[in-house]
Design a protein around this ligand. Structure first.
Ligand SMILES: NC(=O)c1ccc[n+]([C@@H]2O[C@H](COP(=O)([O-])OP(=O)(O)OC[C@H]3O[C@@H](n4cnc5c(N)ncnc54)[C@H](OP(=O)(O)O)[C@@H]3O)[C@@H](O)[C@H]2O)c1
Length: 317
């Protein structure tokens, strides 16, 4: 699979990374019940198909995703660029909050290493901004954890330019993980140009809008406790039907490129030169097999333009 360099002087990672949120199983922001054996098969199949990196987080399944990932890569750790996250902590009643105090972040990494069965991760990321802790405190601790060898690289997720600048003042940010897909293009205005200017890699999450852009999304098949039904406006009216109309408009473009709508959506993300990799979530091996097809697939400029017009006219922007 094609690789791209992650930020200035960074490693080469594959254009598609395996997103391990959904394999976390049931929790407040879970995707319903999952089958760990099937999840492990999906991760291993992804690696067989050439994916060289995995994105997980402590909070996914309240540690369960990291355990599943650890099991999937045991005996193969050195061949995987392993990314996880800190800054979303849970209490003894499993209530999650954003908190990234220095001591907490250090404790979180130790727990993640234990669950992942490794002595270091490759990329450690702040998951969400924590408005109660100065970012300098968190980033300072991330720098120390990197200097101690507990993580090779440090990055952030869901940060705007203001927070990126405050981190950059202390030490370069290796990567930013923002949402980016055909329906969510906010980073194009300010954030992606900033990252391109300062050599910050972009690893884009939810490239298929958490399945909505897969081309075969069926809301009636979701478990009652799936976060998409419980928490997300994107999967509720009026937005849901409006976005499914976009999927139907994308279908002929996908077909003439010999792709499914989901593959087109991932290839579209990769067509942005500021993007290093698309993190594609899956929990079945067959899904991964379909998704990897999008890597290395160039979409003609005329089709990219058509998609651009479709979205701007659809959103009235
Ligand atoms: N940093 C952050 O704040 C943040 C936030 C969100 C996500 N992420 C990362 O990004 C990763 C990907 O994002 P995401 O999981 O939201 O969304 P995504 O990659 O856009 O969509 C993944 C979902 O689409 C469905 N799917 C996957 N392949 C499919 C296929 N071939 N055909 C039909 N459906 C398919 C699956 O849902 P079903 O299993 O229901 O079919 C899958 O869980 C996450 O796993 C996580 O690592 C990070």
């Amino acid at each position: 699979m094609n690789t791209r360099q992650l930020g200035t002087n960074g490693p080469r990672i594959t254009e598609i990374g395996f997103g391990a949120w959904a394999v976390g199983g049931a929790w407040n922001f879970g995707w319903g019940k999952t089958d760990d054996t099937e999840s492990i098969r999906a991760i291993r199949h992804g690696i067989e198909l050439g994916i060289n990196w995995i994105d997980t987080a402590a909070v996914y399944g309240l540690g369960h995703s990291e355990q599943v990932v650890g099991e999937a890569i045991s005996g193969n750790r050195e061949n995987v660029f392993l990314a996880t996250k800190c800054g979303q902590v849970w209490d003894d009643r499993n209530r999650v909050r954003n908190f990234a105090g220095a001591a907490s972040v250090r404790k979180e990494l130790d727990a993640s290493l234990h669950r992942l069965g490794t002595d270091h991760v490759d990329l450690y990321q702040i998951h969400w901004p924590d408005r109660s802790t100065p970012v300098e405190e968190t980033w300072g601790e991330m720098i120390r954890l990197r200097d101690e060898g507990k993580t090779r690289f440090i990055g952030v997720c869901n940060f705007g330019v203001d927070l990126l600048q405050r981190c950059q003042a202390l030490a370069p940010v290796q990567s930013l993980q923002p949402i980016y897909n055909i329906l969510e293009r906010d980073i194009e205005r300010e954030i992606a140009p900033y990252c391109a200017q300062y050599g910050i890699g972009i690893v884009a999450y939810s490239p298929m809008q958490s399945g909505l852009l897969s081309g075969s999304f069926d809301r009636s098949r979701l478990a009652a406790d799936d976060w998409r039904l419980v928490h997300s406006e994107k999967f509720r009216e009026p937005r849901f039907s409006r976005d499914l109309k976009v999927v139907e408009q994308l279908r002929p473009i996908a077909e003439r490129n010999g792709l499914t709508v989901g593959q087109l959506a991932v290839a579209w993300v990769l067509a942005n030169g500021a993007v290093t990799s698309a993190i594609v979530g899956a929990r079945r091996a067959e899904q991964v097999e379909q998704n990897v097809v999008a890597a290395g697939r160039d979409i003609p400029e005329s089709d990219l333009q058509e998609i651009g017009h479709m979205i701007s006219s659809d959103r009235g922007r």
